[in-house]
Design a binder for this molecule. Sequence first.
Ligand code: ADP
Ligand code: ADP
Ligand code: ZN
Length: 221
Amino acid sequence: MRIILMGPPGAGKGTQAKRLVDKFGMAHLSSGDIFRAEKAGGSALGQKLAEYMNAGQLVPDEIVVEIMAKAITSCDSPAGLLLDGFPRTVAQAEALDAQLDQAGKSLDGVVVITADEDEIVERITGRRSCSDCGKVYHVKYLRPQNDNLCDKCNVQLVQRADDTEGVIRQRLAAYNLQTEPVIAYYRGRPNVQTLFVNGTQPPDNVTADLVQGLEQLKTEM
Ligand code: ADP
Ligand code: ADP
Ligand code: ZN
C-alpha cells in the first residue's frame, strides 16, 4: 500500500501516521521530520531549510524533491509507504509520479485529514514534542503522564520554532494556496482512491475512521 497523508498543519498527520504504521507495517516518511533533523544537524542545507521553515513558508520544490526522492528510494518496501507532508505542491506531486512511474510503482491512495482553522491554531500552539524520541504530545488533549516530560525518555518536552500563532497563519495560507490543489490533482484518477477523514474528533476515533478507510482501500486494490 502506497499512501499520501495530507491535511493542514496540526490536523494530526504525524500522530495518526505512527498509529497506521503500527497497524499496517508500512514505512513512514515525514518530510517535516527529515527537514528538522537536517536543521538540527546544522549543515548548510539545514540552515537553508530553516530560513523557510521558521517563516512558515514552503521549502522550494527543487530542494524538497531532491531530498524526498532519495528518502523514498531508500525506504520504499514491499510493506508499502506512508508519505506524510509530501507532496505539498502540484510540482512535487508530478515529480513523485515520475519517480514512481520510472520504478514501475504506483500510488494507491490519498488520505486527507480535515480540521478547521480554530482547531488548528489550538492544536499547534499546544503541541509539544520530545527532543530525544520525537514523540508528540498536546498540553490539553494528549498530555504526558508527568508535566512536560516525555513518558518514554523522561526528558523535557519542547515547542517547535514554527509553532507560534503568527507563523501558523502563514503555514495555513501556504496550505490553502499551494497544497490544497494537490488533492484536485489526484482526485478522479483511476486506481488512486481519495479518502477524507474528519480530524476534529478524539484521536482514537480519527484512527478508527482511517483504519476502516484503509482496510476498504486494500480490498479494492
Ligand atoms: P505540519 O506537521 O505542521 O504540517 P511539517 O512538519 O510537515 O508541518 O512541516 C514543517 C515545515 O517544513 C513546513 O512549514 C515547511 O516549511 C517545511 N516542509 C515540510 N514538508 C514540505 C514540503 N513537502 N514542501 C515544502 N516545504 C515543506
Ligand atoms: P500534524 O502532523 O498534522 O501537524 P500532529 O499529529 O503533530 O499534526 O498534531 C498536532 C497537535 O495536535 C499535537 O499536539 C497532537 O498531540 C494534537 N492532536 C493530534 N490529533 C489530535 C486530536 N484528534 N484531537 C486533539 N489533539 C490532537
Ligand atoms: Zn521521548
